[in-house]
Design a protein around this ligand. Structure first.
Ligand code: GAP
Length: 512
């Protein structure tokens, strides 16, 4: 049995071997935590983006989309708080010379205590069977209660230290918890320092005139600064949303786990502007709506969970993550934040321009509150790929690697395969492709045995392989082979389009 570690390594190799993801500038040995999407990866990524855009913009009359520039006036980032507060607490181990995020060291320590709790719960569940009451067990079992208390105490100390920007207290917490460097095994730690995550660059040709710009660390600010432009030109009435997808950049210190934490990545964000005082209602609404969007992909319910934040970002009064069970454990996939009126108020005061909404029902103006949904496109890609990647042992003893992608996300929807390269079969195959290619990305393949060609399509997740054989010329029927079940059926060539459409349409998931 392959472990999750093995599967994750195999998935990374598969992504490269089959043209999904390459290390950036690989011929120069790559660039750490930066990746390029290949011919199939960019298709899958585009389809995930489209799924998000359709669900958020097309399906909501009161949400519109924009595409703001990556470069923004530098004062934007003063106003948003990113210049002063977008920091990670860093600590170095003096023996290994390795650098860590202090919060990650503490989180990893908490995860170990959580694992102890889960072990107790699993043991008890096995012992008591159907009679097991998990809530009661968690609140009464002395070892579980004691470990939970430890976790709560660590979280409290960490939150207080971070809120007060007291880095000495964070270092003391690491010492008190006896956390050791995973490389050297020692507790020889430096002080904790705050490190800003924004990349900067210069705009202007002459150095005296040049001003420092930042590459945006989130797409959200492009929405805030355009709030009134969109509200007025779109005659939007509160509550309404503005959505955007695009690149964001962060100088991550701990860049790891493939495309999970990158230095250049893509976000899909929506800011929902609401009447002050109604933000909690909308916060809960969007938490559920976003989970539903993820669940519509058809992955098991147990793969998702909410994680309510203890350490809130500088702009939020409530925040939760939707976590997904990646091969390396449950981790953040999407964030839902109640951002109050922090951003709009701050932009008002830095720009001197009013950013208020005139509410015709109340006959008064106010700065709206904002509920944000923010999901990383690359992280969605990783979630989808890690769920889809399957190493299967078949009944005849052979093995196949198949991507069980939701059909509407698959890069190639239909492969058309002439059984032989002669007798008019290639021409017939091309005829079918010519009909389908306006709606679906199709692939023509005539090389190798039909079995090998099926395997190649399985490896990139193509839901349908259509084989053209001699009988096709006689009676206009083809064999359609289904990716997941490998079942083959003979249907009229005129019915292929209908069959494909019934499985790959966005309609299936958007109405789920
Ligand atoms: N505007 C709010 C915001 O940016 P965040 O929790 O920092 O909030 C939102 O980021 C989402 O962006 C995350 O849930 C994650 O999916 C994605 N993300 C953040 N940093 C990332 C990184 N370094 N690499 C890949 N995805 C990242």
């Amino acid at each position: 049995m392959a472990t999750n570690d093995d599967l994750f390594k195999n998935l990374i190799s598969h992504c490269k071997e089959y043209g999904f993801i390459f290390p950036s500038s690989e011929i120069y040995d790559g660039l750490s935590a930066v990746y390029d999407y290949g011919q199939y990866g960019s298709e899958l990524k585009k389809n995930i983006r489209e799924y998000w855009w359709k669900a958020m913009v097309q399906m909501h009359e009161n949400i519109v989309g924009i595409d703001a520039a990556i470069f923004m006036h530098p004062t934007t980032w003063k106003a948003s708080g990113h210049v002063d507060a977008f920091n990670d607490p860093l600590i170095d181990n003096k023996d290994s010379k390795k650098r860590y995020r202090a919060d990650v060291l503490i989180e990893d320590h908490i995860a170990k205590i959580e694992a102890k709790i889960e072990k107790e719960v699993t043991k008890a569940r096995d012992r008591f069977g159907d009679a097991f009451d998990e809530n009661q067990f968690r609140s009464t079992n002395p070892r579980v209660v004691e470990n939970q208390k430890k976790i709560d105490a660590i979280n409290d100390q960490f939150r207080i230290g971070m809120e007060a920007s007291d880095m000495a207290a964070i270092r003391q917490l690491i010492l008190d918890l006896e956390i050791v460097c995973p490389v050297s095994g020692t507790r020889n730690w430096t002080d904790v320092r705050q490190f800003n995550l924004m990349f900067s660059t210069q705009m202007g040709s002459v150095s005296e005139d040049a001003s420092t710009l930042y590459l945006r660390p989130e797409t959200a600010q492009g929405i805030f600064v355009n709030f009134l432009n969109v509200q007025k030109t779109g005659r939007m009435k509160i509550p309404f949303g503005i959505a955007q997808t695009g690149k964001a950049f962060r100088n991550e210190i701990v860049a790891r786990q493939f495309i999970f934490r990158m230095r250049e990545f893509e976000q899909m964000e929506m800011q929902f502007f609401v009447k002050p005082g109604t933000e909690m209602e909308w916060y809960h609404y969007w938490k559920e709506a976003r989970l539903k969007w993820h669940r519509a992909l058809g992955f098991p319910a147990g793969k998702y969970r909410f994680h309510d934040h203890i350490k809130l970002a500088h702009y939020a009064n409530a925040a939760a993550d939707i976590e997904f069970e990646f091969p390396f454990g449950f981790k953040e996939l999407e964030g839902i934040h109640s951002r109050t009126d922090f951003d709009l108020k701050s932009h008002e005061s830095f720009s001197g321009k009013k950013l208020q909404y005139f509410d015709p029902e109340l006959n008064e103006s106010y700065v709206p509150y904002v509920v944000e949904t923010s999901v990383g496109l690359d992280r969605m890609f990783l979630a989808v790929m890690s769920q889809a990647y399957t190493e299967e042992k078949l009944e005849d003893g052979s093995e196949r690697v198949v991507l069980n992608l939701p059909a509407f996300l698959a890069p190639v929807k239909v492969a058309v395969l002439p059984l032989v390269k002669k007798d008019g079969l290639p021409e017939k195959a091309r005829e079918l492709i010519d009909q389908l290619k306006f709606d679906y990305l199709c692939q023509y393949d005539e090389k190798d045995s039909i079995g090998k060609r099926y395997r190649r399509q399985d490896a990139i997740g193509t839901p349908f392989c259509v084989t053209i054989d001699h009988q096709t010329i006689e009676d206009q029927t083809v064999t359609v082979r289904h990716r997941d079940t490998m079942v083959q059926e003979r249907i009229a060539i005129s019915k292929v389009r209908e069959l494909v459409e019934s499985k790959v349409s966005f309609r299936n998931v958007l109405t789920a």
